[in-house]
Write a protein that binds this ligand. Structure first.
Ligand code: BTN
Length: 149
């Protein structure tokens, strides 16, 4: 009888943890994040493996390829995140790729990242631009879905 209770307790504990993990991912599909430069990173989809797709609209001063949604691909693993954008489109191309890697900070509710920007034709590691971006949840998606209704 005792082992039956222990078994049921373990099953409940396990399923609670699994459900908590799934429902507590900070990187929800259809979420939008704005960095300190005004750029917008949108997560459109996260599959069961943690593969993400979305878009990035660059609004950072001093950079080209502005105000165009470029595709983003990446990964989510718990609170860790990595995503990349190829700055190529029919409207404007910049011969470059940016990769951001970081984590969701549960205390601040922000995504803190380091990024590398590699320009096609580079010949030295020193030509890779590096920086930091912090992303804050943006209400842009909520507005979009309200407009869609
Ligand atoms: C380029 O100029 O080669 C393409 C645009 C790069 C924009 C960079 S990516 C890292 C940083 N964070 C932003 O939001 N924009 C700049």
């Amino acid at each position: 009888m005792k082992s039956k209770f222990v078994f049921i307790f373990c099953v409940l504990l396990f399923s609670k943890n699994v459900m908590a993990d799934e429902s507590s991912s900070p990187f929800a599909a259809m979420s939008a994040w704005q960095n300190q430069r005004g750029s917008i990173f949108t997560i459109d989809r996260v599959d069961a493996d943690g593969k993400l797709t979305g878009t990035f609209i660059n609004r950072a001063q001093g950079y080209l390829c502005q105000n165009i949604p470029y595709p983003v691909v990446g990964w989510i693993y718990g609170t860790a995140i990595s995503f990349t954008t190829k700055w190529q489109s029919t409207t404007e191309s910049c011969n470059s790729i940016t990769a951001w890697t970081g984590f969701y900070n549960r205390d601040s509710g922000k995504i803190e990242t380091l990024w590398d920007l590699s320009i096609s034709g580079s010949t030295e590691r020193s030509q890779i631009l590096q920086g930091q971006d912090t992303f804050t949840p943006s209400p842009i998606m909520e507005n979009k879905s309200l407009l869609d209704k």
